[in-house]
Design a protein around this ligand. Structure first.
Ligand SMILES: O=C(O)C(=O)C[C@]1(C(=O)O)C=C[C@@H](O)C=C1
Length: 366
């Protein structure tokens, strides 16, 4: 993608970039006070929802464009930049009319290529930074596709926001972070600034610090955090907003890490550890290969005796015992469960190939 470097449009290369502000702009007083206190905490880019895409129809859907003059007022009074969400060409038109500095495209818009294309068309020829939140579902291609549509329309000041992925309330998070997706994004597009949105991932105040720290440990470029002068009275997302003073405390607690090792001594120490990791990975794969050979043997036995591939009782036993074995080795049980789900899927695939005779054919051809 043909994009500009972060320092060329954010005005700073120092990380982490922090964008903070209320979930929704509610009243001129709420906005003024929130911005006033956020500025005291060193925040220079404010976020605030004007139009809110809500899941259920009876929720508060944002005050709408009447908030735009209040924002313009706060911008000139406090000298801050302001970011809002846009979900239609009309929102874009209004945001530009009122001198909004940055836009973001929400998760529920990113998911729809028609909406993203409408927004990209509305932004053609306009020089404004645009942040794209990940889609609600864990589909990295949709996320990339949205950025590409904007980039093709000429938007060069582009960034991405990781706000987590919808789940069926079976997680401690409001939206599951599924960190491998933003990491894959960063690997593919290292030049595009990537922010983390710990507020929407957490859904509650006490998780915001650990999620933010995790993002910084994974080398995210910054954070976008919800902050409200009186969260308990907030018109939306009350449980996940912090008062500006608490946001300041949270920022002070965050540990920033250096992206790469540039001290030769540390570099060589890390290199020794990495060589050991290489060795261990080789052993790990050899053991995995041995397991696969045994699974193939079991598959041949099943084929010969016309036995079903999926053996529920055995699988249950494997799935229950391995995490217990793992915990005595100080390995996380949830990780081992996920690992065994993958291993079992691969076993089934291998045995299916054997049943269909593919493996035999390819072996006899050799
Ligand atoms: O025990 C078997 O029947 C196997 O083929 C091995 C294995 C496994 O990978 O552990 C694979 C498939 C079955 O559903 C259960 C277990």
């Amino acid at each position: 993608m043909n994009t500009l470097q972060m320092n060329e449009w954010i005005g700073t290369a120092s990380k982490p970039i922090i964008i903070a502000g209320p979930c929704s702009v509610e009243t001129p007083e709420q906005l003024d006070q929130t911005v006033n206190y956020l500025v005291k905490e060193g925040i220079r880019i404010i976020r605030g929802g004007v139009w809110k895409p809500r899941t259920r129809p009876n929720s508060f859907e944002g005050v709408g464009e009447i908030a735009l003059p209040w924002i313009r007022e706060a911008k000139s009074k406090y000298g801050v930049q302001f970011a809002i969400e846009v979900a239609s060409p009309y929102h874009v038109e209004k945001a530009l009319e009122y001198g909004i500095d940055m836009l973001w495209i929400g998760a529920r818009s990113t998911v729809n290529p028609f909406t993203v294309q409408d927004l990209a068309d509305a932004l053609r020829g306009v020089d404004i930074p645009v942040w794209v939140k990940n889609p609600v579902n864990p589909d990295i291609a949709l996320w990339i596709g949205a950025l590409e549509r904007l980039n093709r329309a000429g938007v060069k000041k582009l960034g991405a926001i990781h706000r987590g992925f919808s789940n069926f309330n079976d997680s401690i998070y409001r939206n599951s972070p599924t960190w491998q997706i933003p990491l894959e994004f960063k690997t593919q597009f290292p030049e595009i600034p990537l922010l983390n949105d710990p507020s929407h991932i957490s859904g509650k105040r006490d998780l915001i610090l650990p999620v933010s720290q995790m993002a910084l440990d994974l080398n995210f470029d910054g954070l976008i955090i919800e902050s409200h002068i009186n969260p308990d009275q907030a018109w939306s997302d009350s449980a996940q907003q912090l008062i500006p003073a608490d946001l300041g405390k949270l920022i002070a607690q965050l540990q920033t890490r250096i992206a790469t090792v540039n001290n030769p001594l540390l570099e060589s120490q890390l290199e020794v550890i990495r060589e050991h990791i290489d060795e261990v990975d080789r052993e790990l794969l050899e053991v995995l290969g041995r397991r696969m050979k045994l699974v193939e043997k079991a598959g041949e036995y099943k084929k010969l005796n016309n036995v079903a591939i999926f053996q529920m009782e055995r699988w249950k036993k494997v799935f229950e015992t391995r995490p217990i074995w793992a915990s005595s080795l100080q390995i996380n049980q949830e990780f081992v469960k996920e690992l065994y789900k993958l291993i079992h899927t691969e076993s089934i695939k291998k045995q299916e190939e054997i049943m269909e005779g593919k493996l035999q054919e390819s072996i006899s051809r050799k």
